[in-house]
Unconditional design. Structure first.
Length: 243
């Protein structure tokens, strides 16, 4: 239709109309390209929104798990400290017996920080990491990953250094209850047997328990750092989702 109009106007030497026809063509092409660009940007934004929603879920779950880990290791620090005090006096009052039993049972138990990386791995594998347009958010994700990877290396070192101390403590204990038991579940005083007088006199036992506590505290600090980073990361994600 437009081509017929141009041909007709050229034949009539109506140059103003020819120019107007060309302007209409150019505007039509420009508007078409602009609409395609808008559609593409809308699709990218929608994809980013979906990634951010899933990423938020991963980070929120990671925070929940890390908060539990910090609480578990903090409790173990308190249990070990009380057990060391009771070994010094060589008296364990009835109200402290379960605490002391669990200080021995959980000796050396520590956990590295966790970051669920399903969405992050997908972004990297598909080359869509740049879909996240906020550079501060991308940097926060990168730092969070670096912290986890560093903590994993440190955890392996802590585990290696702490194992001899844990082995020594457990070599002085006898577990009276058989069957499977989750590592985070507590035991009772009646579930464990040991010679209290011998442990009180054994300086090596107290040192081993103290060293294991120190290694657990070390990992607790690393989890706390990762947890703070993940809280900050969650705030950035929420701000992006609110836009």
């Amino acid at each position: 239709m437009i081509l017929r109009s141009i041909t007709c106007h050229v034949r009539d030497q109506n140059w103003f109309a020819v120019a107007l026809d060309f302007l209409i063509v150019i505007l039509g092409v420009f508007i078409g390209l602009q609409v395609n660009t808008w559609n593409a940007e809308r699709q990218v934004r929608a994809g980013e929104q979906r990634y951010l929603e899933r990423l938020r879920e991963d980070v929120a779950v990671s925070i929940e798990q890390n908060e539990w880990r910090v609480a578990f290791m903090d409790r173990q620090d308190k249990y070990s400290t009380l057990a060391l005090n009771r070994l010094s006096s060589c008296v364990v009052p009835p109200e402290d017996r379960d605490v002391v039993a669990n200080a021995f049972f959980h000796v050396g138990k520590s956990l590295p920080p966790v970051l669920l990386r399903g969405v992050i791995n997908e972004l990297n594998a598909t080359g869509n990491f740049q879909t996240i347009r906020n550079s501060a958010l991308r940097e926060a994700i990168t730092k969070a990953i670096e912290t986890i990877e560093t903590s994993d290396l440190i955890f392996n070192n802590v585990l290696m250094r702490g194992t001899p101390h844990v082995v020594y403590v457990e070599s002085q204990l006898e577990y009276l209850k058989s069957g499977p038991r989750s590592g985070a579940v507590d035991i009772a005083w009646r579930d464990i047997a040991f010679d209290l007088d011998a442990l009180c006199a054994d300086q090596g036992f107290r040192r081993a328990l103290s060293a294991a506590r120190a290694y657990t505290n070390d990992m607790q600090n690393h989890v706390t750092v990762a947890l703070e980073q993940q809280h900050a990361l969650l705030q950035i994600i929420d701000a992006e989702l609110a836009k």
